[in-house]
Design a binder for this molecule. Structure first.
Ligand code: CP3
Length: 343
């Protein structure tokens, strides 16, 4: 099925396009009342993730209701630990919780490399349904967490400001850390390939907790595993979003990925200089800017578009959209991008 709107893919290839493509991290869910309605019909977030028909429905909502240039499949990065044998719960208004965690050799022995067709078929199935339903209207983005970020949740057991238990393991049991990171990496490669097989037009790797590691640890415990994933995915473009990985930006230039996501603290001109001209950049408006009035959102969005320039650039926020943002403010951001022309 050829895409009717392939702005995003042409931009990733470095082609000149009629305008800048735009989508938002975490656009599927939370901000839309229409998402809440579907969510309230089901008993839990996890049930929604595991029900392909409903997951497909909320994936398409932002395409219809906000006018974005891509759909991102509705799922979560924590489906990987679950498929490896470490189930999670999603505590309402609090976030993820793992009843068991990985702290010892014995914990590690209970894990397996994920068998996607056995334990994680629901997300590829949801992608198949989304592709059918969208009929080429926009590309579909598949995704996974970066191994370091998944590791952080599996060891810590919950979200955390410091992830101190996860970081402790890097100092005390580097051997165990590498074993676990490699199992996560192998699982993630199989998972992304299954998403691509199901029709994902590109994939994004979220390293949400990149910023809590010192540069040497990021270099040692995160980047090599992201590099393995990028090398293994050859049939569609890959985007790497490593939040807070400032010191490692120069190393990201040599990753076999086409796009680098920037968070809102990263300087646009500096990032372009460090990454060079051969990759597409994505980002990076402060998600809190969408609390501003409409005129301010327009101005900040226009400034961002001018700073990135017309080529090799995908407009987005610098992290996921916050749940309490007014959808009309999101529309203002999107419409400003769509109306902008570079002179
Ligand atoms: O981008 C999209 O719209 C697709 C869906 C998506 C979800 N999670 C659905 C979700 C994506 C891409 C994710 C990724 C994800 N999940 C990340 C990486 C991106 C980032 O924000 O850094 C992380 C760290 C997680 C883990 C996670 N899932 C947390 C910490 C939480 C609780 C806090 C929160 O963000 O709401 C979740 C829950 C979650 N994942 C919700 C949604 C829609 C909200 C739960 C609900 O609707 O009941």
């Amino acid at each position: 099925m050829p895409l009717k709107n392939d702005l995003l893919l042409r931009t990733i290839r470095g082609e000149q396009t009629e305008r800048t493509p735009v989508w938002l991290m975490r656009q599927a869910g939370r901000i839309l009342p229409e998402y809440r309605a579907v969510r309230d019909e089901l008993s839990s977030f996890i049930e929604l993730v595991q029900t392909p028909e409903r997951a497909a429905e909320v994936t398409i909502q932002p395409v219809d209701l906000l006018g974005v240039d891509a759909a991102i499949i509705f799922s979560d990065i924590l489906v990987i630990p679950e498929a490896m044998g470490l189930p999670y719960e999603m505590v309402e208004n609090k976030g993820p919780y793992f009843p068991q965690t990985i702290r010892t050799e014995n914990d590690l022995k209970k894990l397996r490399v994920a068998d996607i067709s056995e334990n994680l078929a629901y997300t590829p199935e949801a992608i198949r349904l989304v592709k059918q339903e969208l009929d080429g209207r926009v590309p579909v983005i598949g995704f996974a967490g970066a191994p370091w970020t998944i590791f952080a949740y599996m060891v810590e057991g919950t979200g955390s400001k410091t992830f101190s238990k996860a970081r402790a393991m890097l100092y005390n049991r580097a051997d165990m850390a590498h074993q676990l990171l490699q199992m996560i990496t192998d699982s993630t490669i199989a998972y992304l390939k299954a998403q691509i097989q199901a029709g994902a037009d590109l994939v994004q790797i979220f390293d949400s907790w990149a910023g809590i590691l010192p540069a040497a640890h990021y270099h040692h415990f995160s980047l090599p595993y992201i590099a393995q994933i990028c090398k293994a995915i050859t049939s569609v473009p890959v985007t790497v979003f490593a939040k807070g990985a400032y010191a490692s930006l120069p190393d990201m230039r040599s990753l076999a990925c086409q796009t680098i996501g920037l968070d809102w603290n990263m300087d646009i001109a500096e990032a372009r200089k460090v990454i060079g001209p051969d990759k597409t950049l994505q980002g990076n408006l402060d998600p809190a800017a969408l609390y501003a009035d409409f005129a301010t959102i327009k101005k900040l969005t226009t400034d961002m578009l001018n700073a990135f320039g017309p080529r090799r650039y995908i407009a987005n926020l610098g992290h996921g959209v916050y749940p309490d943002i007014d959808p009309d403010k999101v529309r203002c951001f999107i419409d400003t991008v769509k109306e902008h022309r570079h002179h």
